[in-house]
Design a protein around this ligand. Structure first.
Ligand SMILES: NC(=O)c1ccc[n+]([C@@H]2O[C@H](COP(=O)([O-])OP(=O)(O)OC[C@H]3O[C@@H](n4cnc5c(N)ncnc54)[C@H](O)[C@@H]3O)[C@@H](O)[C@H]2O)c1
Length: 248
């Protein structure tokens, strides 16, 4: 049997990269997938592709850091499909700069989308998951949560997401809602595509597995954490980075 048969999943920032791979994987495993993104053209195309392949999906255009939008989106998902089982908080952007040169706009944008967006989506999903006594929330941290030059905003947001994940895991446990985080390393997506070739090479050299990860490899971890197979795991952060954070 498909691993997510009958489940309704919402994936934020799912029009590209890791979110896209996760939406496709979840649809293959029988989930109804709500795809959220700010990129309408890519999101609509993706939903068409999933439906053509025999899956079920719907697109929601909007910003995860806008509380009114998040509320409306989840209300609509539950009105359409009757429940909300899985939330993958994946949306994200980078606005890199050395801290002393970083603008307030760069700081606020990254903190708002990653940290506030994850909190807003989680607390809104909780309203629907609580009465079901079932839910799976997977947040997205990063190896940058350990610190990364030029990413004070991103690193702070991704470290904040770890604290948020652990707190929500404690608060939601009595409602049988499991909350975990994935912390990817260097993954081959549009987000990392613009990194100069020499920098890419240097980063890959420091990874024990000597390669970048693929979005599908994160999608597999999302699938495990969203499925019934992870029923005794909550409040955890799983680094998926080819060993990059081991032994340093
Ligand atoms: N690629 C990596 O190496 C890497 C490493 C660690 C963590 N991550 C995290 O993984 C997640 C996915 O990243 P990716 O590499 O697939 O990047 P990506 O840029 O390919 O995808 C991010 C998606 O989020 C969407 N988005 C941006 N702002 C949004 C908003 N306010 N509301 C809704 N959607 C929004 C974008 O349009 C885009 O489609 C992010 O949280 C990122 O920080 C990525």
């Amino acid at each position: 049997m498909a691993r997510l048969e009958g489940k309704v999943a919402l994936i934020t920032g799912a029009a590209g990269g890791i979110g896209l791979a996760t939406a496709q994987r979840f649809a293959q495993e029988g989930a109804i997938v709500a795809v959220n993104d700010m990129n309408e053209a890519a999101g609509v195309k993706e939903v068409e592709n999933i439906c053509q392949a025999g899956g079920k999906a719907v697109f929601y255009l909007g910003n995860v850091s806008d509380a009114a939008f998040v509320k409306q989106m989840m209300k609509d998902v539950v009105e359409k499909y009757g429940r909300l089982d899985i939330l993958i908080n994946n949306a994200g952007v980078v606005r890199d700069a050395m801290s002393h040169k970083m603008t307030e706009e760069q700081w606020d944008t990254v903190i708002d989308i990653h940290l506030k967006g994850t909190w807003l989506c989680s607390r809104t999903a909780f309203e629907y998951m609580k009465p079901q006594l079932f839910g799976r929330i997977v947040n997205t941290s990063s190896t940058s949560s350990e610190g990364n030059i030029g990413q004070a905003n991103y690193s702070a947001a991704k470290a904040g997401i770890i604290g948020l994940t652990k707190t929500l895991a404690l608060e939601y446990a009595r409602s049988n809602i499991l909350v975990n985080a994935v912390a990817p390393g260097y993954i081959n997506t549009p987000m990392t595509a613009g990194i100069p070739a020499q920098v890419q090479e240097a980063v890959v050299n420091r990874i024990p597995l000597k390669r970048k990860g693929n979005p599908e490899e994160i999608a597999n971890l999302h699938l495990f954490l969203a499925s019934d197979e992870s029923s005794y795991i909550t409040g955890q952060v799983i680094f998926i980075d080819g060993g990059a954070t081991v032994g340093v």
